[in-house]
Design a protein around this ligand. Structure first.
Ligand code: NAD
Length: 344
């Protein structure tokens, strides 16, 4: 395993490997860029197959946070943390207290929050050791409903651009992963009259969306080839890859998962096939926008800022068409311009 020569290393400012013998905590914190302000990004807890897989994830996710925060108009840099452990671990107190102590040592250059496998309750535990956490109960709270709102509006922007439609009524949308964000996304989509095809590896979550929103449930591997208008990846990353792209019947890929493209060339492939891709870090910025209102929380102001995701995506789609480039390229360029202008 290399760090500075790692394929996902992108001039990260700080990469910290954390080990606490007593609690068994193994974590990596990556601060990608702080030009716009302290790095902010969630903490993921996952059973990684190797240390290298965890490092790759945290390097990519932290870079994505820099771009996400910049394009969302936030005065925050990008960072992320991963804890190498089973997300179903029952004894979490010692683990998250130790994690909090490591965050604290970074002196406010990195603020953590919840992500896959980590709940607001876990972050509340870390908060006993450090003030440098966000998304707390009684403050901005669970970011997932705001991520879902932004994703729903992003899907509407994609449908407007691709199909010229103002409503999702009668469209069929597949949602891969109906966890924290996927559930609220399904609620919005159902309320607007979209038909839902869903999958997950967690039966209770599937039963809930089937009962509440009349969603059709399919097996995890069957989600890609469904005859749908929109495919919304809302589980883990890299689901747009050499194997899945040939199966897609959707003309839009728009969901909340981070790092949806296995490699940048998969964005090119989607473009070639005429499939419109909503860049992941743009469409899923709702949660971090809400977190940015942590102090002096104002739900109406937060919601209004999340709603801007619609227009940002419309601009990216139009520029990509005009310049004959991928939407991912256009988004990266717009984000880099903001980050570099802050530096200068
Ligand atoms: P979550 O853990 O609550 O939900 C993920 C769901 O995906 C779970 O229900 C899980 O069982 C399911 N899943 C895992 N592997 C799967 C597979 N192979 N096939 C089908 N389902 C599978 O996480 P979340 O908070 O809802 O986040 C979902 C995605 O959105 C993640 O990629 C996360 O990084 C991203 N995201 C979340 C937020 C947020 O506010 N929570 C913000 C931005 C981005």
């Amino acid at each position: 395993m290399t760090v500075f020569n790692h394929v996902s290393f992108d001039e990260h400012e700080n990469v910290v490997f954390c080990h606490d013998k007593q609690s068994g905590l193994k974590a990596i914190i990556a601060v990608h860029n702080t030009n716009l302000g302290p790095a902010v990004g969630g903490c993921r807890m996952w059973n990684y197959d190797s240390d290298d897989e965890a490092l790759n994830d945290v390097l990519r996710l932290s870079r994505g946070m820099t771009y996400k925060n910049a394009l969302a108009g936030l005065e925050m840099g990008g960072g992320k943390a991963v804890i190498l452990a089973d997300p179903k671990t029952q004894d979490r107190e010692a683990l998250f207290l130790a994690f909090g102590r490591f965050i604290n040592k970074l002196g406010g250059s990195y603020y953590s929050a919840e992500d896959v496998g980590v709940s607001t309750a876990d972050i509340m535990i870390a908060n006993r050791e450090t003030e440098f956490v966000a998304g707390l109960e009684g403050k901005s709270g669970d970011p997932s409903p705001f991520t879902a709102l932004g994703t729903y509006l992003g899907i509407k922007a994609a449908v407007k651009h691709q199909k010229g439609l103002d409503s999702l009524e009668g469209l069929t949308i597949s949602v891969q992963g109906v966890g924290h964000v996927g559930y609220y996304l399904c609620k919005h989509l159902h309320e607007e009259g979209a038909k839902l095809i869903v999958t997950d590896i967690h039966q209770e979550s599937l039963d809930r969306v089937a009962t509440e929103f009349g969603a059709t449930v399919v097996a995890p591997n069957d989600i890609y080839h469904q005859d749908v208008d929109v495919y919304a990846p809302c589980a883990l990353g890299a689901t747009i890859n050499d194997t899945t792209i040939p199966m897609l019947k959707a003309s839009i890929v728009a969901g909340c998962a981070n790092n949806q493209l296995a490699e940048p060339r998969h964005g090119e492939k989607l473009k070639e096939l005429g499939i419109l891709y909503a860049p992941d870090y743009v469409i899923n910025a709702g949660g971090i926008i809400n977190v940015s209102f942590e102090n002096n929380y104002d739900e109406a102001a937060s919601t209004a800022k999340v709603e801007q995701i619609y227009n940002t995506l419309i601009k990216i789609f139009a520029a990509a068409d005009e310049q004959n480039r991928t939407t991912a390229d256009v988004a990266d360029e717009m984000a880099k311009a903001i980050i570099n202008s802050a530096k200068s």
